[in-house]
Design a protein around this ligand. Structure first.
Ligand code: ADP
Ligand code: MG
Length: 308
């Protein structure tokens, strides 16, 4: 099946007026996004996520490289009809109601009056704003504005949605609602390209995840493959500072407090660590397998500059 997105060697730099230097925002990025999936585009602030999305939307142009969406060059009118975008901080006119904003976007897409009313009400209902659709936006919370943003991004029934940091600044309940909505959109067969620097929400819903830093792709894999492989937690007591020095050589990720040790270690190194602790007069309290989180992998990858 045709990829939803195909990016080849995409590169974009900006000139920084203050330092008079060029910043490479996106650096020879090559990436495929299969259709019908939730694709996580992760990276710390400044990694180049928004710049990439803007090039995919045809809002800015690359210095070099290509991007195709459903087989057509990014930015073409035909493509624009099939996609939509929730910007990082959506801006709406505060004096309008949720209904009026949606009606405005419906007009932009030339949806006839009767069908428009139906679609606007349906979408606002879907994002949980049914009861508040006639309130002015200035009385909406950040979470409610984000829902209007999502409803607006759905007005043209897109096949591919770009959501740039969709949950940033939202409270945990709003996170869950947005997550449920994202899952529902996947069930309808849509492709979602979601950028985030927060890992917990993305971790729960993405099928495939990529990690970007300094404009370069560090990793891309299915979420299940990224999370595969456990680490082990070893806890021990009676660990002196001197013994702890030895522990750190075997298990660099370890902490000690009042003689109590907590160490994270690869399963194959557990024997070595346990032997060392026993020989040095410490006592092992617990050895527990721990599932790695996406956060662990993110930190490992970004710190290690891991290329794969
Ligand atoms: N219009 C611009 N002018 C100058 N520099 C920019 C511009 N847009 C982005 N940048 C720079 O490009 C890099 C990537 O930015 P961005 O794509 O916004 O990252 P992210 O969305 O991952 O936080 C940053 O160093 C940022 O300062
Ligand atoms: Mg951004």
């Amino acid at each position: 099946m045709e990829n939803a997105i195909e990016i080849r060697d995409l590169t974009k730099s900006f000139h920084n007026m203050l330092t008079k230097e060029d910043v490479i925002a996106v650096d020879h990025l090559t990436l495929d996004v299969p259709p019908g999936q939730i694709f996580g585009f992760l990276g710390p602030n400044g990694a180049g996520k928004t710049t990439t999305i803007k090039m995919l939307l045809g809002l800015i142009f690359p210095d070099s490289g290509t991007a195709h969406i459903f087989g057509q060059p990014a930015g073409e009118i035909d493509v624009k009809r099939k996609i939509s975008y929730l910007p990082e901080s959506p801006y709406f006119y505060e004096h309008l109601s949720g209904y009026e904003v949606m009606d405005f976007y419906g007009r932009l897409f030339n949806i006839p009056a009767k069908a428009r009313k139906k679609r606007v009400e349906e979408l606002l209902e879907q994002v949980g704003l049914g009861a508040q659709m006639h309130k002015r936006l200035r009385h909406y919370s950040k979470g409610m504005l984000q829902r209007v943003g999502l409803a607006q991004a759905l007005i043209n029934d897109p096949q591919l949605l770009f959501l740039d940091e969709p949950t940033s600044g939202l409270d945990p309940i709003a996170h869950l609602d947005i997550r449920d909505l994202i899952l529902r959109l996947r069930e309808e067969g849509k492709t979602l390209f979601i950028s985030s620097h927060q890992l917990s929400d993305v971790e729960m819903v993405c099928d495939r995840v990529s990690i970007l830093n300094h404009g370069k792709l560090l990793r891309v894999d299915n979420l299940s493959a990224l999370l595969a492989g456990e680490t082990t937690q070893v806890r021990a007591a009676n660990i002196t500072d001197e013994v702890f020095q030895g522990v750190k050589e075997i298990a660099p990720e370890s902490m000690v407090s009042d003689g109590a040790l907590s160490a994270r270690i690869d399963p194959e190194k557990v024997d070595e660590l346990v032997d060392y602790i026993r020989r040095s007069g410490g006592s092992v309290v617990a050895v527990t397998p721990v599932q790695r989180t996406l956060e662990d992998i993110f930190i490992e990858t970004v710190r290690g500059g891991n290329l794969s």
